[in-house]
Design a protein around this ligand. Structure first.
Ligand SMILES: O=P(O)(O)OC[C@H]1O[C@H](O)[C@H](O)[C@@H](O)[C@@H]1O
Length: 308
């Protein structure tokens, strides 16, 4: 057994071994030269290359063959256990942003800071599909009173699909908000535009969540932090020669975020690299929050595709 798979359980190692050349168990030191050894999966198929962190069930890199990475991962990231990884697609749940009932709780819930379990891996001709799961612990109940089970299916082909499902294992109705918080790579945030939100109402998180109406495309002259509720259609991130489409099912809240130069300077893991990404997130938050009855489950799908 090599050092690289020490962080995996026996059943995870079996799944990786059965996948053959398509999947390799690795770690943050091997892949990113970090001073840590968080377990990572490297997927290399005929159609794409991807890196998945078992901490947070976080896809960190996804590049279809012949294309540049869809995702941004901070070059300053240090991959320390218990700290959210800056980049890729963090799973923010069971609440999004500041908890609106108890604002002292950690931002964006706890799922992005937990070790998920690899529960299946299937490689077919056109795509690779893996699923990761997390079931909340006694410790989590002090943060969120309802026990939950979360499952994330990651489907990797020439496009990317993520299916997040969260079940309420408790005995009473549970408030759920969440986001698949995609950090999308751009060549220059100053030139990037997000289309598909014209004339939509948004809550401006830079102005105390006051409501405004979007006029035209979203551009990024400085800090932008906006929440568009109840969006049924797709958005497009236009970045020079590349356009990415972001769409979803049962995740109608779209969050568009870039901290801008000034705020980024105060973020140790962003700094000048804020120019290299735009977040176009999909989830359910604010007016789109879900109330899940005892035993109920919510499933959301997000798709990212290049439309060049
Ligand atoms: O720094 P984090 O906790 O990862 O949050 C990063 C960002 O997430 C979302 O996009 C929010 O709308 C922003 O207000 C927040 O700054």
């Amino acid at each position: 057994m090599t050092e690289a798979i020490i962080g995996l359980s026996a059943s995870e190692q079996q799944l990786v071994a059965a996948a053959g050349d398509v999947c390799t168990a690795s770690d943050t030191n091997t892949l990113f030269g970090a001073n840590s050894d968080l377990p990572m999966l490297l997927v290399e198929s005929a159609h794409c290359r991807a890196v998945i962190s078992l901490y947070g069930a976080q896809l960190l890199s996804f590049a279809p063959a012949g294309q540049r990475d869809f995702l941004w991962l901070s070059p300053l990231e240090r991959f320390q256990p218990g700290q959210a990884i800056r980049g890729g697609i963090p799973v923010c749940a069971p609440w999004f942003g500041v908890n609106r009932r108890e604002n002292s709780l950690p931002k964006h819930g706890f799922l992005r800071n937990r070790r998920w379990i690899l529960q299946s891996f299937n490689a077919a001709d056109e795509q690779v599909e893996l699923s990761l799961a997390y079931q909340s612990t006694e410790e989590d109940l002090s943060l969120f009173a309802w026990p939950i089970r979360a499952e994330l299916r990651i489907i990797l082909g020439r496009e990317l699909e993520q299916v997040l499902s969260i079940s309420n294992l408790g005995e009473s109705a549970m408030p759920l908000s969440f986001a698949l918080h995609s950090y999308l790579s751009v060549s220059d945030v100053g030139e990037a535009k997000v289309c598909g939100l014209d004339q939509q109402m948004y809550l401006d998180n830079c102005q105390g969540l006051s409501a405004f109406v979007q006029s035209g495309e979203v551009s990024f002259p400085g800090e932008v932090d906006r929440v568009y509720e109840s969006q049924q259609s797709a958005q497009q991130l236009v970045d020079g020669q590349r356009t990415l489409s972001i769409s979803g099912v049962d995740c109608e809240t779209v969050i568009v975020w870039n901290p801008g130069a000034e705020l980024a300077q105060q973020m140790a893991d962003v700094g000048a690299y804020h120019k290299d990404y735009v977040c176009v997130e999909r989830g359910r938050a604010f007016a789109d929050e879900v109330i899940l009855g005892a035993g109920e489950r919510h499933e959301a799908v997000m798709r990212l595709a290049s439309v060049d």
